[in-house]
Design a protein around this ligand. Sequence first.
Ligand SMILES: [Zn+2]
Length: 280
Amino acid sequence: MHPPADADARRAIAPVICYPNDSLPAPDLALYRAARDGADKAGEVLVPPRDARAFRVPAGHVFRISSVEGPQVGDLNLWNAHDLSERFYSGKSRALHGTHLATGERMWSSFPHLRPMATIIEDTLSWYGIDKYGGSVHDVIGTRCDPYTGNLLSGTQYHHCCHSNLTRALADETGMTVHEAEPHVHDVLNVFMCTGFTRDTGQYFMKASPVRPGDHLDFFAEIDLLGALSACPGGDCSSEHSSDAAACHPLLVEVFAPQPGALDGWTSPPVNGYDRSHGR
Ligand SMILES: [Zn+2]
C-alpha cells in the first residue's frame, strides 16, 4: 500500500492526552500516610509461591504488599467486599493514569460504580521510573497469566497460572465452587512486574523485576475490600511464566488499622454520579 502524499504531515501531528487527569479528585496523601504511620497491624497473609490467598481490608485501613525471600511479582484483584460485581477496572485505570500505576494514583472500580477502590500511598520502587526499553513497574497493561492462553499457544494443561490461583483463592474465601468463582476474576494490577511494549513491534514484554526483599507497595482502602493476590509462577518474570520453570517466592500482605480519629474529615467515596438513564 502506497502512503498518501501527506503521510509525514499526518504522522507529525502531536498527540492529545485522552483523559487529562488534573480534574480527578486528588487523594489527601498526607492524611493517608499519617493514618498509616500511627496504625496498628491488624493481620497478615503470606501468599505461597505459585498460589494465591484472599484478604479483607476495611475502608480506611492500609494494606501493604511486600517482597520477601526473593524477587517475585504478584497479580492483584480487588472487589467491593459486599458486592463482587464492583471490581477493579484495569482498563479504565490505565486510561486515567497510564500504563503503570504510581504513588498517588488509584485503582478504579468497574461501571456503574467507577470510584476509587484503593490509592497507592507508598512505593519503594518509585525510583525505577521508565527504563530505556520503555519498561516500568506495576502495570495495568497485562491481563493475568492464564491456562487458556497457554493451551492456545502450546496445548498445555497448567493449573498454577495467576488466573487459576486467584480463582481458587476466591472460591476458598467465599465458599463458591471454582466454576462459580472464576467469572469474578478480572484483569489485575501487576504488582512489582516490569513490563512495557516493544517500540518496533508494539508487543507486550516483561523483564526481570527490580524488586528485592523488603520492597513494598502500600495501599489505602477507599471502600471495604476483598482482595486476592497471586504469587505469579513467573517468579521475577525474567524468563517465562505459565510453568514451574521459574524460581518463585512468597509475597506478604499486611493490613494496618489506623487509630480512632486518624481519618477525621475523610469519607469513603460514593459511587459515580452518572444518573444511568442512558438517554431514555
Ligand atoms: Zn501470573
